[in-house]
Write a protein that binds this ligand. Structure first.
Ligand code: AHR
Length: 515
């Protein structure tokens, strides 16, 4: 569902802010006095890997016979980069692909697996060499939770039920088959998605019809042994509030989570270049990205009215920027470059998620390698880490930490469509060891900001910092070249009587560690 948001909340937001002059210092206060703050779920930093373009084949997986360095078929360079990112959860096999995927084609000896046409994405013929074992073993190696997206669009309840049994049962016919295929012990699988975008590529269903299908398919997704499934219903696309309302009414707490997809797209017919854009387009992109917050608020309000006890979570299991595919790449592969603008979108969006963890328990950026707002890009045996990768690396310190509320008296910039972008966006968390991590985002292309950072309780004695910035907002990391956009040491601050005074450069993101 595409469109724009029209509701009173946007106007309220725009009127309640003030502008601050360029030279005005900004005060940031961290409310760290209390001890009972909510935790930022690690799963907010989730990733998504679809059989789309070169995300799986060529990106994560090259096969054991490949000349590209690999370990048991997994690309070594990509694997190591992902390991460093401390991914909490990885969603697979789609996306739209999920509703045409028949898992039994992807088990057994690889050379005997049937081939298939990936009709959603470029009509590529795939050999099914990356299947259930390859995915779940990868998750084990990465130390992340797998999130299996099940086929409701073209599959049967029996097929989905057997997949769950195959993956998680100790004994029985499916466990026997799994053992014959070389895996003795069941895997631990927590997250199971019951369809994807069932309003669109997942079957073009009405919310009422899908609600009934959800009830039916999920009934046969059983808990085996110690494994406990967490079932996620296919949720709304951005502004489709009716979908959420209908599912809350008709499915209720038969689901553990309800998904939401929100992409930062300017216009479906004219998405714009990932690397060549005007200053105006840049601010417009941020405005659109930030509209995820009123969208989340409105889905939350609907959920609150049906579920005041918060038994159903909101899972933003697809989000990120969506620009034109890079010239010269295969149509339908959604391969786009990634600039400092993308990192800015990621930072601002993660700051939004941190504010809504009372309901938002998972988010999966689309996608992990070579597709849309990727962490990693590969070309043959070459690999680059994108600005978004560096942002996720910088922000990983917030995972699983106590969320600390903050105040920031910076104003906002008005952008197109009545949207706004904050002059400074901040988020803070406290680790189990008691150190505070404070992330500061200055989206302005030319203005540095002078910040005074105060805490309620902790008397800062020691501060260190990391910065992500570049000469130009359109800078990106390219194959065969020195990275232009990467994390660097930052120390442009002073600690005076417990207050941190800091100069936040234009178009930069900084994370401080405060002890
Ligand atoms: O992430 C690309 C596609 O976007 C997914 O396959 C689909 O779920 C969404 O429309």
């Amino acid at each position: 569902m595409k469109g724009t948001l029209k509701f009173a909340g946007a106007a309220v937001l725009a009127c309640s802010v003030m502008f601050c002059g360029a030279a005005e210092p900004v005060t940031v206060r961290i409310h760290d006095a209390n001890d009972n703050h909510p935790v930022i779920p690690r799963e907010i930093y989730g990733q998504f890997a679809e059989h789309l373009g070169t995300c799986i084949y060529g990106g994560l997986w090259v096969g054991p016979e490949s000349p590209i360095p690999n370990e048991e078929g997994y690309r070594t360079d990509v694997f190591e980069a992902l390991k460093a990112l401390e991914i909490p959860v990885l969603r697979w096999p789609g996306g739209c692909f999920a509703d045409e995927y028949h898992w039994m084609d992807g088990i057994g000896p690889r050379e005997q697996r049937p081939r298939m046409v990936n009709t959603n994405w470029g009509g590529t013929v795939e050999d099914n060499s990356f299947g259930t074992h390859e995915f779940l073993n990868l998750c084990e190696k990465l130390g992340c939770e797998p999130y299996i997206s099940g086929n409701v669009g073209s599959g049967t309840p029996e097929e989905l039920a057997k997949w769950v049994e195959y993956m998680t049962a100790e004994e029985g016919p499916m466990a026997k088959l799994r053992k014959e295929n070389g895996r003795e012990k069941p895997w631990k699988v927590k997250y199971i998605g019951v369809g994807n975008e069932s309003w669109g590529c997942g079957g073009n269903m009405r919310a009422e019809y899908y609600s009934d299908l959800y009830r039916r398919y999920s009934t046969y997704c059983r808990d085996y042994g110690q494994n406990r499934l967490y079932k996620i219903a296919s949720g709304a696309s951005d502004y489709d509030f009716n979908w959420t309302e209908t599912l809350m009414k008709l499915v209720g707490n038969r689901m553990h989570g309800l998904s939401l997809h929100y992409y930062t797209i300017a216009d479906w017919n004219n998405k714009g270049s990932a690397t060549e854009f005007s200053d105006e387009t840049y601010y417009s992109t941020l405005g659109k990205a930030l509209e995820i917050e009123p969208v989340i608020r409105r889905h939350k309000a609907i959920m609150d009215s049906y579920d005041p006890d918060h038994r159903v979570d909101l899972m933003v299991d697809e989000w990120g920027t969506w620009f034109d595919e890079e010239p010269g790449t295969v149509r339908g592969y959604l391969f786009q470059q990634n600039t400092l603008r993308d990192a800015m979108v990621a930072a601002l969006t993660l700051n939004v998620f941190h504010r809504h963890t009372d309901r938002v328990k998972m988010a999966n950026i689309a996608q992990v390698v070579n597709v849309l707002q990727a962490m990693i890009l590969t070309r043959g045996e070459e690999m680059v880490l994108t600005p978004t990768y560096h942002l996720f690396y910088m922000y990983r310190v917030h995972q699983g930490c106590e969320y600390l509320p903050t105040d920031c008296d910076a104003g906002v910039r008005k952008v197109d469509h009545g949207r706004t972008v904050p002059e400074v966006s901040v988020t803070a968390s406290r680790s189990a060891e008691g150190q505070i991590h404070l992330s500061l985002v200055n989206p302005d292309l030319t203005q540095n900001r002078t910040l005074r950072i105060e805490t309620d309780r902790l008397q800062p004695r020691e501060v260190s910092g990391v910065i992500l910035t570049a000469d130009r907002i359109s800078d990106y990391n390219d194959f065969g070249q020195e990275s232009k956009v990467k994390n660097r040491f930052f120390d442009d601050f002073k600690l005076r009587k417990g207050v941190i005074e800091l100069e936040l450069p234009a178009k930069s993101i900084v994370t401080l560690t405060i002890r």
